[in-house]
Design a protein around this ligand. Sequence first.
Ligand SMILES: Cc1cc2nc3c(=O)[nH]c(=O)nc-3n(C[C@H](O)[C@H](O)[C@H](O)COP(=O)(O)OP(=O)(O)OC[C@H]3O[C@@H](n4cnc5c(N)ncnc54)[C@H](O)[C@@H]3O)c2cc1C
Length: 327
Amino acid sequence: MKNFENIDVKSVREAVGLLQKFQSEKKSAAVVGGGSEYLQLMKVRVATPDYLVNLKAIPGMSYIKEESGGFRIGALTTLSELEENPAVRQRLLFLSQAAGEAASPQIRNAGTVAGNLCQRPFCWYFRSAGHNCLRKGGEVCFSVAGDSRYHAILGGGPSHIVHPSDLAPALVALDAKIKIAGPGGEKTLALEKFFVPPQVNYRRENILGPADIVTEIQVPLPKAASKGFYHKVRERQAWDHAIVSVAAVVQSSGGAAREARVVLGGVAPVPWRAAKAEEFLRGKKIDEATAAKAGEIALAEAKPMKDNVYKVDLAKNLVQRALLASA
Ligand SMILES: Cc1cc2nc3c(=O)[nH]c(=O)nc-3n(C[C@H](O)[C@H](O)[C@H](O)COP(=O)(O)OP(=O)(O)OC[C@H]3O[C@@H](n4cnc5c(N)ncnc54)[C@H](O)[C@@H]3O)c2cc1C
């Protein structure tokens, strides 16, 4: 690991100020929450910052507050705290389950909600120091000619990574918002708009600027008569990212879907909203046939790579299963 200096900041303002200073001095710096993901990248020298701005010492950034319209979740809240929070379990069980599906208990105890949403891709070419891939400044996405078993089937190109977070599909299905502090002050935007597809920029996964920090996630309660479901398929039952995951939230009225949100993980470089399937479902009774049709529609634009054709049927079936469970 390259030598670096760790700085424990005491406020968001201090963190933003330091990041701005390092940027103007042309020094490389990164923020860390739990460090569970970023330190892995440093160990293999994929990330080589001069400074780590450690947010963990900032007081009051780890909280889950229930308000009339939903929850506010502090950026430093750990995945375990989210998983175990009684109010979240009561009102948004599938969000708690999504948090509990991530990584291992040790990582969930250290890893934060913000770190989970900002984690870098778990593509083996990206995480290997020996491959100067497109996302690291090189000219090739090695998955195209190489091993593409776990890569994108939707929205890929020129980079074919998949979005790794379990929380993100569940939060996007819930229409969550993300609050960001930076040199220009604070802003709040739909979480869906936070993620950057490779066609816009293939070197980054989100819109954060070099001195920006995620401070909070806001989760509205689903509308009355809504039900949500999260399901993840992975190769091993522990420590493993999703091969395919699906989050669905369906609001029912008179036996039909008034509104449905369907979001897939593990299949595209960003959490993938199946907008055409959502449109198809509006006003329909969700049964085996409509749920299966929605799965077909959700994957109609899939362009599997040479080694991951299997993901298409898997994703179709998961969409069907998630919708039947949510209806
Ligand atoms: C072996 C392993 C298996 C895993 N499996 C899964 C899985 O199955 N599902 C899943 O969802 N995740 C998985 N993860 C990822 C895990 O959830 C993350 O490591 C963890 O949530 C990251 O949180 P952290 O606070 O430790 O982030 P850090 O390691 O501190 O940071 C991660 C990234 O987020 C950025 N960051 C952190 N906090 C902020 C902030 N407040 N504002 C802006 N940027 C920030 C950092 O700069 C860095 O780029 C796995 C990780 C490992 C190591």
